[in-house]
Design a protein around this ligand. Structure first.
Ligand code: ATP
Length: 339
């Protein structure tokens, strides 16, 4: 039999709960049978202390070489300090599509069973271009950039994804009644791309109405196409529909490069206490396994995860259990060993 391929993956454990959930996920990935060589790097405040750089040059080089990374959350200081590491990496590698599947896990008592949504978030422009300045004391301007190129490529990504994965309907989410030019352009691009995909239904909803509709009846949506800021906010809302931030996975995708990371941030309130839920990063890592053509390993990890949720014996506190990160991880490993 041919020797199994070893995947070189850049690993960024991050800070806050990052190192705990990353360690848990690496243990589970290594037990799937897939083979990895991890290139591990600090980023953010921790990297600055060691290397004097928030993103060390060697980290950039590693992603440049490997074209795939698994990343824990890295804290972004609020209201000042250094620029978001997450945003910087997405821009640097032009990871323009942020894909966030939202599905229920078995055994969890959530408001709605059977939620199956996909969020496609534009990842490089909008309000996240970081162009803010003080005009005069007491007045600041923050610039939102929407381009035809950026809007068309994210719309095309969403429709191609929908076609490939058998999804039926895309809603572009906007506020074009107020932001007539920027969101107007986003919608125009989405409409044009929609015409190329007659087999997929296309609709448009206002962002505020969408938030209410999602809470009242998430089943009316299938795939949501959003600008950067709207996508960020709606992702957290949708994570709440299926049990919270501890569960929701994500992938930052470019043309030939990908960084997989959970929707949640570094959750400093629970860091270092062995209580964080590694499920969101694990589900992100399962998306990574599929991209690496490791379908059997992905299925194995997914099945073990679902077994642990269905049994409800080793769940973490955020989803109503009493287990810590370590116990939960042990339960997933044990379920995998029995498969
Ligand atoms: P950011 O804006 O940095 O992305 P966020 O809005 O995603 O952050 P977090 O700090 O990740 O916010 O999380 C908000 C709260 O959700 C945390 O304080 C924590 O209580 C809970 N939480 C987030 N992730 C997890 C997790 N993996 N396990 C358990 N609880 C979590």
């Amino acid at each position: 039999m041919a020797e199994k391929k070893t995947h070189k993956v850049t690993l960024i454990p991050g800070d806050g709960i990052g190192p705990e959930v990353t360690q848990a996920v690496v243990r589970i990935l290594e037990a799937t049978g897939a083979k990895f060589e991890w290139e591990r790097f600090a980023a953010g405040a921790e990297a600055f202390e060691i290397h004097g750089e928030y993103i060390p040059a060697a980290l950039y080089e590693s992603i440049e070489r490997n074209r795939v990374a698994l990343k824990g959350p890295v804290t972004t200081p609020i209201g000042g300090g250094f620029k978001s590491i997450n945003v910087t990496l997405r821009k640097k590698f032009d990871l323009f599509a942020n894909l966030r599947p939202i599905r229920n896990l078995p055994g969890l008592d959530t408001k709605y069973p059977g939620v199956d949504l996909v969020i496609v978030r534009e990842n490089t422009e909008g309000e996240y271009v970081g162009l803010e300045h003080e005009v005069v004391p007491g007045v600041v301007e923050s610039i939102k950039v929407i381009t035809e190129k950026g809007s068309t490529r994210i719309a095309r990504f969403a429709f191609e994804y929908a076609r490939k994965h058998g999804r039926k309907k895309i809603h572009a989410i906007h506020k074009a009644n107020i932001m007539k030019l920027s969101d107007g352009l986003f919608l125009r691009c989405a409409r044009q791309v929609a015409e190329e995909f007659p087999g997929i239904a296309y609709g448009e909803h206002l962002i505020d109405n969408t938030c209410m509709q999602l809470v009242m009846n998430p089943f009316q949506y299938d795939t949501l196409l959003l600008e950067n800021l709207y996508g960020d906010i709606v992702s957290d809302l949708c994570a709440g529909l299926v049990g919270g931030l501890g569960l929701a996975p994500g992938a930052n995708l470019g043309v030939d490069c990908a960084i997989f990371e959970a929707v949640h941030g570094s959750a400093p309130d629970i860091a270092g206490k062995d209580v964080a839920n590694p499920t969101a990063l694990l589900q992100s890592a399962i998306l990574m396994l599929r991209r690496l053509d490791e379908a059997a390993a992905a299925d194995k990890a997914q099945k073990a995860l679902e077994t642990v949720y269905a049994e409800r014996k080793s769940l973490t506190r955020d989803v109503g259990g009493t287990a810590g990160t370590t116990q939960f991880t042990g339960a997933v490993l044990a379920a995998m060993a029995q498969n």
